[in-house]
Design a protein around this ligand. Structure first.
Ligand code: SF4
Ligand code: SF4
Length: 107
């Protein structure tokens, strides 16, 4: 299976998964990630999230990257591609996302 953050003209710049991505997970998504990673949800979620809202949010690394973001010579990919959350599958879904994304896609 293709291991890209998004499809089509995605340039795998990783911008959407860096700088504290806001990924809230529902029960189905939590279970899918637990099964895929073999990790309990406590290891990959932050109960407060980057904006300190209640819920289960993907943890970020110290530099703000998603915990599951992988980098290889400037090429970014999702380490949990097959089990990624809906918001990750559907990105970009709003104007703010499109702005970020279009600035990094090949025209
Ligand atoms: S789970 Fe994957 S697609 Fe979603 S923010 Fe993390 S690295 Fe990006
Ligand atoms: S910001 Fe857009 S082009 Fe960059 S990795 Fe994300 S989906 Fe792909």
């Amino acid at each position: 299976m293709e291991n890209k953050i998004s499809s089509l003209t995605c340039q795998n710049c990783g911008i959407c998964c860096r700088n504290f991505p806001f990924v809230e997970l529902n029960e189905r998504e939590l279970t899918a990630l637990e099964n895929f990673t073999k990790m309990p949800r406590e290891q990959f979620t932050d109960p407060m999230g980057p904006t300190y809202a209640d819920g289960h949010f993907l943890k970020t690394k110290e530099n703000g990257d998603c915990l599951f973001l992988k980098e290889d010579n400037g090429f970014f990919s999702c380490g949990v591609y097959e089990a990624r959350a809906d918001i990750c599958r559907n990105y970009p879904v709003n104007e703010h996302h499109w702005k970020w994304c279009n600035e990094n896609r090949v025209k």
